[in-house]
Design a protein around this ligand. Sequence first.
Ligand SMILES: Nc1ncnc2c1ncn2[C@@H]1O[C@H](COP(=O)(O)OP(=O)(O)O)[C@@H](O)[C@H]1O
Ligand SMILES: [Mg+2]
Length: 140
Amino acid sequence: MMTVSRRETRALRSSDDVVRVRQAVRQWAMAQGFSLVDQTKMVTAASELARNTVDYGGGGNVLLEALNEGSRRGLKLTFSDQGPGIADIELALRDGYTSGSGLGLGLGGARRLTNEFAIDSTPGGGTRVTITRWQCGDRR
Ligand SMILES: Nc1ncnc2c1ncn2[C@@H]1O[C@H](COP(=O)(O)OP(=O)(O)O)[C@@H](O)[C@H]1O
Ligand SMILES: [Mg+2]
């Protein structure tokens, strides 16, 4: 049975918020027993998604959830905004695609750095991106 041992929502409106969320994710990953490499992977993915929430989503929030399933521990992050949404999710996921001035590697990178990745977005209806990483990075 999977349980959520800790849950917290953080605002994402500014670059300062992105920095704070990076720090929070680092701390939560550490508390969940992640190795330094696993911590950094989750922080990197979170940083990209937090940036997108601020830059493209017009701000929003992130829900942090510490997961326990038996002896395995994980971290789930849900980024939500009420922005314009993503019309073509497949295109947005493609490496090198950006509608702004980025490198277009954020979404694809976040997907590769995590064990579970999901985007729920509708034009005009905002965007929700969920990522989960487990302490044992080889499990999928
Ligand atoms: N929260 C969001 N709301 C609306 N569009 C988004 C959001 N996140 C990503 N996108 C779209 O997906 C594209 C690709 O995102 P990403 O891979 O992070 O690259 P970049 O940030 O460099 O543009 C963005 O350029 C944008 O068009
Ligand atoms: Mg990005």
